[in-house]
Design a protein around this ligand. Structure first.
Ligand code: FES
Length: 82
């Protein structure tokens, strides 16, 4: 049973981020996260979980378009300072 390349791409969780790597891992220390929070206008860090952001690993709002097109409900992880 052959699956076309187009069908396989449409079902990938990660359709295009760092595809040359066998695994996409972004490492940040808690201090780096806290620094990002302190520098942000809204006082938080918003991380992409839909794998469609052009600013990955940060959310750029692309999840809304993806959700609409694919009837999905993905959204970001929002980290706020306590
Ligand atoms: Fe991916 Fe917002 S762009 S969760």
């Amino acid at each position: 049973f052959a699956v076309s390349r187009m069908t396989a791409k449409a079902t990938l969780v990660n359709p295009g981020i760092n595809k040359g790597s066998p695994k996409v891992v972004d490492m940040k220390t808690l201090a780096e996260i806290e620094d990002l929070i302190n520098k942000s206008e809204k006082g938080n860090v918003v991380l992409c979980r839909c794998w469609r952001s052009s600013n990955f690993p940060f959310c750029d709002g692309s999840h809304a378009k993806y959700n609409k097109e694919c009837c999905d409900n993905t959204g970001p992880l929002v980290i706020k300072k306590a």
